[in-house]
Design a binder for this molecule. Structure first.
Ligand SMILES: *Cc1c(COP(=O)(O)O)cnc(C)c1O
Length: 388
């Protein structure tokens, strides 16, 4: 196979880490010297700092974002007999978290303009068993806090945010993680704030939820060898917490960079709207932290999404699809009884979306290159059609 030289990678973490390598090395060395590898000082320090940055009270570090969802739901006393509403177009971990606590997932469709959960569709599926809604702040854009709070008040539901893609995102004066009873974050390396491995956190304003979460991540222990809960082992490593704490002061700037990059993409891609390249709507301005920059390739386009992705790959431009198969059509979950056609907007998005390179440090000339490639391939195709 011919290996194409990568001109624009999908993500480049080195650009982020090199300028602060010294701080990160010092942080890691500090842990090595102290040897407090499990629930050490950096964990508590990072929990407090990240919770405060997210506009909430308590943070409880865990091993992954998936555990933050599953254990977090358990900490909020959501479980067997409860129904939980979530969008069909999310990363599968949201659904896995609900299933792990034994609650019944109720999937709903999304708004095709923003790709965020459709709250009108959510209102249709509320029953007397519904306990919570999980808004997923997808791609880095928050679901409207005002609409969420209204919805939750009307239907007497808990809001449990999946903020795994939305570190420090803002909308209507709320930070991601500060809207509901609790919120789950992921520190997977490529997230807006990423560790050097796996990590996650539950944030909450509720002391009871925080205290239960502290027990759940540590075998359900209220004190050493006294187990009051059926917990597990899911702690954020001190080493990872130290790295995250060293990176946290730069997060706002990195998010700012992502937002500017998105604005440039928006401007440069705008002329392609009539050619079927459609932007996902940003309804939160600079509060959108663009974990991903996603476009839609609709029926008006002369090329299929797959063709565009292949041509970009051949040109050395890496892209992604988030996500190609909505949750309800995943082979593992056919037993839930959903079918093709149940969530038309989510299904259509899965076929049309394409995530373009997005990371702090992505240069203006690289953005131009990406857009130029797309422009040429689309207009080239149109010209060919004219000659037929
Ligand atoms: C990344 C992600 C998760 C899972 O986090 P992990 O740390 O990978 O377990 C959950 N939900 C969403 C929306 C995500 O993007």
């Amino acid at each position: 196979m011919n290996k194409v030289a990568i001109r624009v990678p999908f993500v480049d973490l080195n650009l982020q880490h090199q300028p602060i390598q010294n701080q990160i090395e010092q942080a890691v060395k500090g842990v090595l010297n102290k040897g407090d590898f499990i629930l050490g000082k950096a964990v508590a320090d990072f929990e407090a700092a990240f919770a405060a940055a997210s506009g909430t009270e308590y943070g409880v570090g865990v091993a992954s974002g998936t555990d933050a969802i599953a254990l977090g739901l358990q900490a909020c006393n959501i479980g067997v007999g409860d129904e939980v509403i979530l969008p069909a177009n999310t990363f599968v971990a949201t659904l896995i978290g609900v299933l792990r606590v034994g609650a019944k997932p109720i999937l709903v469709d999304c708004d095709p303009q923003t790709a965020l959960i459709d709250l009108e569709a959510a209102a249709q599926v509320v029953t007397s068993h519904t306990k919570a809604i999980i808004p997923v702040h997808l791609y880095g854009q928050m679901v409207s806090p005002k609409q969420l709070l209204d919805f939750a008040a009307t239907h007497k539901l808990l809001i449990f945010e999946d903020a795994a893609q939305a570190h420090l995102a803002e909308r209507e004066g709320y930070r991601a993680g500060s809207v509901g009873i609790a919120a789950a974050f992921s520190f997977y390396p490529s997230k807006n704030l990423g560790a050097f491995g796996d990590g996650g956190m539950l944030v909450t304003k509720d002391l009871d939820v925080a205290q239960k979460m502290v027990r759940l991540r540590n075998y359900g222990a209220a004190q050493k060898y006294v187990h009051v809960e059926s917990g597990t082992n899911s702690r954020l490593d001190t080493l990872q917490a130290a790295v995250l704490l060293a990176k946290l002061p730069y997060l706002l700037q990195w998010n700012c960079d992502r937002n500017s990059i998105a604005q440039q993409y928006d401007i440069e891609l705008a002329p392609l709207a009539s050619a079927g390249i459609i932007l996902i709507q940003n309804q939160s301005g600079t509060g959108h932290v663009y974990h991903l920059y996603v476009i839609k390739i609709d029926d008006a386009c002369s090329l299929e999404r797959q063709q565009i992705q292949d041509k970009l790959t051949a040109a050395g431009i890496q892209t992604g699809i988030h996500y190609p198969i909505p949750c309800h059509l995943q082979p593992a979950f056919t037993y839930l009884g959903y079918q093709q056609g149940d969530f038309p907007q989510a299904e259509k998005l899965a076929k049309q979306i394409l995530s373009l390179p997005m990371y702090p440090g992505l240069g203006s000339s690289q953005i131009k290159e990406v857009v130029a490639e797309i422009t040429v391939m689309i207009s080239g195709e149109q010209q060919q059609l004219l000659y037929i």
